[in-house]
Design a protein around this ligand. Sequence first.
Ligand code: A2P
Length: 320
Amino acid sequence: MKTLEFKNGDKMPAIGLGTWKSGKDEVKEAVKIALNNGYRHIDCAATYGNEDAIGEAFSEVFNGGKIKREEVWITSKLWNNAHKKEDVIPALKQTLKDLQLDYLDLYLIHWPVAFKPDVDFPEKDKDYLSLEEAPIIETWNMMLEAKKQGLVKHVGVSNFSSMKLEELLEETSENPEMNQVELHPYLQQNDLLEFCSRHNIHLTAYSPLGSGDRPDGMKAKDEPSLLENPVINRIAKKHGASAGQILIKWSEMRGTSVIPKSTNENRIKENLESTGVNLDESDFKEIAKLDSHFRYVTGEFFVTKGNSYENIFDDDDYKA
Ligand code: A2P
């Protein structure tokens, strides 16, 4: 399978299993199915509320002896309520404990947004810390410290616009190695892709299939379906593939990592089998026309009137 190479030569398998929205009761089985069927990259986050169940899967699989810990790329993310410098390493240690690991391959700052330490999800202005109270550079320096301590091999960010990346790059001499963002044919992120490749920052595509299982409260009325898009389905038919496979292959071929979520055995397998599909130039041209700068995950849930986090994506590729 295609891999993304890091500065020190480490290689991240391009296709990983996403675990956002995977229920605690089903994710353990999903991760075991994935690993036993060839996945070597699992994407996690503290806020998904299921790292302890994923940890049970890791423990069973790695103790089973067929797959070694070092053969699997494991990513997790620092939640927004642990941005203060004294909170970063304890939050990471909790994730390691839940996942039953002694290191992560990649740890990301989940959002450029900080909540007060006791807030899981903000409801009002006073639930947030301002950027002055929790500057990103201080959180970033603790991520670098975690790397120095050997708790993580690589560090990066998620949901950062090129403007926010640029601000961080100005303040640090050690650039993030990854930016995980929403990325699919409706939100192709060409500018961000170009900016990141110029600065040796890899991208990971989340919500590659349109995240149809988001809670209703997070969905826009009449949001467009990626999996049912006629162009994607025409291309799928042409290659004898599924729409999901075309979407995954498209991301992989653009040189990004991609983390489709599934808890269904057949779809978990089908998604990895996208490696066998090939897209040609005419498919790429057709898909390029689908870019409508549409976001499924708008970040609106972080906006309370007048706080510092309005316009979280700084209008990068953004048309609400
Ligand atoms: P399920 O977990 O039942 O397979 P995203 O990765 O964009 O967040 O999308 C995840 C959603 O897409 C979930 O509802 C998941 O359901 C569904 N899904 C995953 N793989 C496929 C596939 N190959 N075809 C259709 N739907 C899929």
